[in-house]
Design a protein around this ligand. Structure first.
Ligand code: AMP
Length: 368
C-alpha cells in the first residue's frame, strides 16, 4: 500500500502486465500501419510513460508529437477541458494515431476529436492503454485498447493524484476501505460525549466534538478560543464559518481514521450542508445520524449535576441551559428533516443505563 497526499492506494497492475499490454498494442498498430509512417500523438501529461514504452516496442518508421489538455482535478473529472499545447502543424494527408493513457467518460476524447477536426488528416485513430468501458459515453469508436479496467481511480505509470504518483512503475488503485461516519445528535446533556467515548473504542472511530475543541482552545487561550468564549458563555452557538473551518481542519488532521463520530456538529443546516460537501470532496459520506432522545427536565438536572463536577460555566446556570435548548430547537432540530430526507436519521431512547444506551446505538450501527 502507498500513500499519496491524504489517500492510500493498493497495487493493481504489475510492470509485466502493463508492458505486455503496451507491446500487444504496438504489434497490432504496426500490423495495420507498417506500410506508412504514422504520426503518434501522445496526450500529456499522463501518457508520457506509455508513449516512451510504446515507441520502443514499435519497430517501424514513425513520428511522435504531443498535445496537452487538462481535465482532472483530484479524484473526479472536473469536466473542464482546456487546450494547453496544440497539435503539430503540417499533418494534412498523414495518418494520426492518438496515444492516450486512459479513456474514462470520453470528455477529453471529445475535445481531442474536435482539435483534429479541421486538420484534413488522412486517417485519425485512437489508441488507449487503459479504458473504463463502464463509464465511457460511447460517442466515438476507440480503435485500439490496451487493458479494460473497472471504474476505480488509478495512479502510476504516468497517471497522477494531484500530480503525485506519475513516476510509479506499476499502477495502483484507490483503496476505498469501508468507513463509518456517524453524527451523534441530541440536546445538550443527552449523552453524546459519553456514548461517543464507548463507540469510538468499539468501532475504532475518531471522535470529534466541536464543544471539546472549543473548550481546548479556550483553555489554551488561542485566538479561536477567545472568539468562541463570548458565545459559549451565553449559551449561544459559535458562528458557522468558524465552527465549519475548525471541524474541517480536525478531519484533515486524521487522514488514516477508519471513520468519524461527529459530536455536537452539525448544529445548523449550513453546517450540515458544508459537512456533506466537504465529505464528498474527500470521497466520504455520513452513514447515519443517531439522535439520543430525552426530555428537557431530565436534561436540565443532568447538566446542573455535570456543572458541579466539570466546572463548565454553561452547565451551571439554568438560564444559559434553557438558552442552549432554544438554540437547539430553532437551529439544530430542523436537521432531523435534513437527514430524514437522506434516509439517514435514526432515533434512540437516551434514558437508561449508559451501557444499555450503547447497546441501542450499536444495534443501529450494526444494521447499517
Ligand atoms: P457542547 O459541548 O457540544 O454542548 O458545546 C458547547 C458550546 O460550544 C455550545 O453551546 C456552543 O456555544 C459551542 N458549539 C459547539 N459545537 C458547535 C457547533 N457545531 N456550532 C456552533 N457552536 C457550537
Amino acid at each position: 500500500m502507498i500513500k499519496l497526499h491524504d489517500k492510500y492506494f493498493k497495487p493493481f497492475l504489475s510492470q509485466t502486465e502493463i508492458q505486455s499490454a503496451v507491446e500487444d498494442l504496438a504489434k497490432k498498430i504496426s500490423d495495420d500501419h507498417k506500410e506508412e509512417t504514422p504520426i503518434f500523438i501522445g496526450v500529456l501529461n499522463g501518457s508520457f510513460m506509455f508513449v516512451a514504452d510504446f515507441l520502443k516496442a514499435y519497430e517501424h518508421p514513425c513520428e511522435v508529437s504531443f498535445v496537452k489538455l487538462s481535465s482532472y482535478q483530484g479524484l473526479t473529472s472536473t469536466g473542464i477541458v482546456e487546450t494547453l499545447l496544440d497539435p503539430p502543424e503540417n499533418i494534412e494527408g498523414r495518418t494520426v494515431i492518438i496515444l492516450e493513457d486512459i479513456i474514462d467518460t470520453g470528455r477529453t476524447l471529445k475535445e481531442l476529436v474536435h482539435l483534429f477536426s479541421n486538420t484534413n488528416v488522412k486517417e485519425f485513430k485512437i489508441a488507449t492503454l487503459f479504458y473504463k468501458s463502464e463509464i465511457y459515453n460511447g460517442e466515438y469508436s476507440i480503435d485500439y485498447v490496451g487493458i479494460e479496467i473497472p471504474n476505480k481511480f488509478i495512479v502510476g505509470y504516468g497517471l497522477d493524484y494531484n500530480e503525485l504518483g506519475r513516476n510509479l512503475k506499476e499502477v495502483y488503485q484507490l483503496n476505498q476501505k469501508h468507513m463509518i461516519n456517524l453524527v451523534l445528535f441530541g440536546k445538550p446533556g443527552a449523552g453524546k460525549g459519553t456514548q461517543a467515548e464507548f463507540l469510538k473504542e468499539k468501532y475504532n472511530l475518531k471522535h470529534i466534538s466541536t464543544g471539546d475543541l472549543f473548550r481546548y482552545n479556550m483553555k489554551n487561550d488561542t485566538e479561536l478560543g477567545q472568539l468562541a468564549k463570548s458565545y459559549i458563555d451565553k449559551g449561544d452557538l459559535v458562528p458557522d464559518e468558524v465552527t465549519i473551518k475548525m471541524l474541517q481542519d480536525d478531519v484533515e488532521k486524521n487522514p488514516e481514521a477508519s471513520g468519524f463520530i461527529f459530536d455536537g456538529f452539525p448544529r445548523t443546516t449550513a453546517q450540515a450542508q458544508a459537512l456533506d460537501e466537504f465529505l464528498v470532496s474527500k470521497g466520504m459520506k455520513i452513514d447515519a445520524t443517531i439522535a439520543l432522545e430525552a426530555n428537557d427536565e431530565i436534561l436540565i438536572q443532568r447538566l446542573l449535576e455535570r456543572g458541579k463536577v466539570s466546572g463548565r460555566t454553561d452547565d451551571q446556570d439554568e438560564d444559559k441551559i434553557r438558552n442552549r435548548f432554544d438554540e437547539y430547537n430553532q437551529k439544530t432540530a430542523p436537521l432531523k428533516d435534513f437527514y430524514e430526507a437522506q434516509n439517514k436519521f435514526h432515533s434512540v431512547n437516551g434514558i437508561g443505563e449508559i451501557d444499555e444506551i450503547t447497546m441501542r446505538l450499536s444495534k443501529v450501527i450494526e444494521e447499517l
